[in-house]
Every structure is written in C-alpha cells, then in structure tokens.
Design a protein. Structure first.
Length: 165
C-alpha cells in the first residue's frame, strides 16, 4: 500500500517540477530576462529570478568540474533509491506521502543536473529586503516532505504497552 500512495505523489511532483521548469525556460524565457516581478504586498514580494544552481541546498558544494554535476546527480539518485526502499516499507500514510514528495523532488533535480549540468531555480521570495534562497517546485516538495517526516517522528502517538495473555 505504501508504494501505491507514495509513487503517485512522486510522479505528480516530478511532473509539476519539470513542467514549471519547461515553462520558465521555454515560455517565460527567464534565462534571457533574468527577473520578472510577480507580487508585491507591502514588505513581501515574490519574483521569478533565474539561477543555475550548480551545488546542492543553498548552493553548497558548487563546482565547475565536468564531473561535478554527474557526481551530485549520482548521489541524489542513490538517495532517491534508498528513499524508495523506505517508502515500500512505510508503516503509515503520512510517511509514504512525505517520502513520495522527497523522491519526486530529488528526481526532478537529478534530471536537471543530467540535462543542464545545474538545477533550474527560479522562485524568489523576499520580505523586508531579505531574499530567501531562490528555489523551485522540487526543492519546495523536498522541504515539505522532510518537514512532514520530522513532524511524524516527533508527534506520532507512541504505541501503548502490549497487554499480556
């Protein structure tokens, strides 16, 4: 049952991620214009800003070597395989769905690394002049999935003591 829940979530996240990146690159042509303001509400804003992320989270471990993007793609693919195995054994719905979100996001970013040598990031959220790291749909899914896994681990009711015969 766990894969029946998690795999459709992963597929949906992957489809949304790749469709959004296609739109950013081919329709909005963000690499050429670099920045499109979307929303401004007082001190809060949301823009489309083109960033090619050659590293991992927050641009860490970015490098220019020809092997670098392939090494990161292989690492992410290995992690996704581990998460799929965990998903197959998930004991509850929330875990299966959260793992599906993480796997879908990870695979979306692996596809970018293989196709472009970098991940396409474009969502730029900011408030009071402070900008969060530019991210994409896959990144958001990974963060939400991990947050759900942590919340589940911290707040899931513990099983009661087993009663004897």
């Amino acid at each position: 049952m766990s894969l029946r829940l998690g795999l459709p979530v992963a597929a949906g996240i992957l489809a949304a991620d790749q469709a959004s990146k296609w739109w950013i690159l081919e329709v909005a042509r963000l690499p050429a214009v670099q920045h499109i303001p979307l929303l401004s509400a007082g001190p809060f804003g949301l823009d489309l800003t083109m960033v090619w992320n050659r590293g991992v989270t927050f641009g860490l471990l970015s490098g220019e070597g020809s092997w670098h993007h392939l090494a990161l793609a292989l690492l992410a693919a290995a992690i996704a395989a581990f998460l799929l195995r965990w998903m197959a054994r998930a004991e509850n719905r929330l875990t299966a769905i959260a793992l599906g979100a993480v796997v879908g996001g990870a695979v979306g970013n692996v596809i970018d690394r293989i196709r472009f040598g970098a991940v396409v990031d474009f969502v730029d959220a900011h408030a009071w002049g402070w900008h969060w790291y530019v991210f994409n749909v896959a990144d958001a899914a990974i963060v939400c999935g991990v947050a759900a896994l942590v919340a589940d681990a911290l707040f899931r009711p513990k099983p009661g003591p087993k009663e004897g015969p």
